[in-house]
Design a protein around this ligand. Structure first.
Ligand SMILES: C[S@@+](CC[C@H](N)C(=O)[O-])C[C@H]1O[C@@H](n2cnc3c(N)ncnc32)[C@H](O)[C@@H]1O
Length: 213
């Protein structure tokens, strides 16, 4: 599914900062070599993540769902000088591929990869986060929110990706479709949680941003 009419998307890309050589190559090689390349954040969303990260200037970022490392690089570019991004992915086959690009981006010291199920790894990371990007299995989004919430600094942010789920969240939900049901449930929880401020942005497949009060 195209998220925007092609000419609108092209226009936005034309007038947004271009991918540098590392991101361009990572995007291209992911599309050539890796299964399900549509999962990669891509040019516009990637630049937006870098912009957010630069605005927040975080010391500690958590990412759930590394895939080939595109969004990790985009987010890590806004880190404070000595800041660190921890990223988790369950797929060990992607680790080497992503690591190569962290090195090419000169970020290998600032990006720490964890391989395994985020539900197992998160309780072991005793870190206070300034920014959390959640982009993995949708059925666990609410669990991730509950697990990391207390570790987020006051004024810190969480961004959830794919919250529009190709528009399925606005349609009647098939009882077998656990992912869409989980995303709608998450939206309701975030909207009624008075511990956070929230905005759902129709960017790409939907970004839900919350700020801890
Ligand atoms: C949409 S992709 C992430 C894309 C990446 N953030 C980007 O924008 O380039 C989702 C990733 O989450 C990982 N994943 C799925 N379930 C997971 C789990 N339980 N724990 C950790 N990673 C998981 C998948 O292996 C996949 O690489």
């Amino acid at each position: 599914m195209d998220f925007l009419p092609k000419e609108i998307n092209n226009y936005c890309e034309e007038y947004s900062q271009k991918e540098d050589d590392v991101l361009y190559d990572l995007n291209r090689k992911t599309n050539q070599k890796i299964l399900r390349p549509r999962m990669l954040s891509g040019h516009l969303q990637g630049q937006l993540l870098t912009m957010f990260s630069n605005m927040i200037s975080p010391s500690k970022i958590l990412e759930i769902g590394t895939y080939t490392g595109y969004s990790a690089i985009c987010l890590a570019r806004g880190l404070k000088k000595d800041g660190v991004l921890h990223t988790i992915d369950i797929n060990e086959e992607l680790e080497y591929f992503a690591r190569e690009y962290f090195e090419k981006a000169n970020l290998s010291k600032q990006i720490i990869s964890h391989v395994g199920n985020a539900m197992d790894i998160l309780p072991k990371l005793n870190i206070s986060w300034d920014l959390v990007f959640i982009d993995a299995d949708k059925e666990n989004y609410i669990n991730y929110y509950n697990l990391v919430f207390d570790q987020i600094n006051k004024g810190g942010f969480i961004i959830f990706d794919n919250v529009l789920w190709s528009g399925k969240v606005t349609q009647e939900i098939n009882p077998k479709d656990k992912e869409t049901a989980a995303l709608v449930e998450l939206a309701k929880i975030l909207e009624s949680d008075n511990r956070v401020e929230n905005v759902l942005l129709p960017v790409r497949d939907g970004l839900f941003m919350v700020r801890k009060k």
